[in-house]
Design a protein around this ligand. Structure first.
Ligand code: GDP
Ligand code: MG
Length: 191
């Protein structure tokens, strides 16, 4: 899949305020600071997604219109250590409301840091994906920070950990080297 055009179509702060669905919708989810904005900018080849110096700041659902017919949706990052109880509640209602409301959502790209094993908050997200029966692919971010051997080891670890979650495709990526980007786009197109 080639990205021919992309625009930030709508930013949503409250549950329910979503745009009319397009042909297909792909959502990007992951812990705060996992590299979600950087990955989106790398996919788009444009600095559209805001890379925050203050983690946990983005509390909106951003709809990017790609090639005039797909929505790529940037979900708010989770697991920010300093988030208040109220912020976490708000985040949960945004995400669950989003998962419930989007008929054309057919894939979630779940970002995981290639250097760490699954975290508690990632498991929570996996439970939601399972509960709402949403297919997903696991993307291992910042793979340039690992040596070849370390990365192979982590991919195998994730493979084992994700067996009980339906053995999704696992794609190591790097925004620095563009490793895995075209493979990810092919998976998205094939979804
Ligand atoms: N080395 C490396 N750093 C990355 C990569 N992707 C993101 N980062 C860095 O990780 C930090 C968090 O990235 P950001 O995209 O803001 O994360 P977000 O909170 O998930 O949107 C930033 O300092 C990025 O420069 C990558 O592929 N390689
Ligand atoms: Mg971000």
């Amino acid at each position: 899949m080639l990205i021919r055009s992309v625009e930030l179509y709508k930013t949503v702060f409250e549950p329910g305020e979503y745009p009319e669905p397009k042909e297909r919708e792909i959502a990007f989810a992951g812990r705060s600071n996992v590299g979600k904005s950087t990955l989106l900018n790398t996919i788009f080849r444009r600095e559209l997604a805001h890379i925050s110096s203050k983690p946990g700041k983005t509390r909106s659902v951003n709809f990017y219109l790609v090639n005039s017919k797909y929505f790529f949706v940037d979900l708010p990052g989770y697991g920010y250590a300093k988030a208040s109880h109220q912020e976490i509640k708000r985040w949960q209602s945004l995400i669950t409301d989003y998962f419930k409301s989007r008929p054309n959502l057919n894939l979630v790209v779940l970002l995981l840091d290639s250097r760490h094993n699954l975290q508690k908050k990632d498991i929570e997200m996996l439970q939601w994906l399972q509960y709402y029966s949403i297919p997903f692919v696991a993307v291992l971010t910042k793979s340039d920070k690992l040596s070849g051997n370390q990365l192979t080891k982590m991919v195998n670890n994730f493979k084992k950990e994700l067996e009980s979650w339906g053995s999704p495709p696992i794609i190591p990526v790097s925004a620095k080297t563009r490793k895995g980007i075209s493979e990810l786009l092919n998976v998205i197109l094939g979804s």
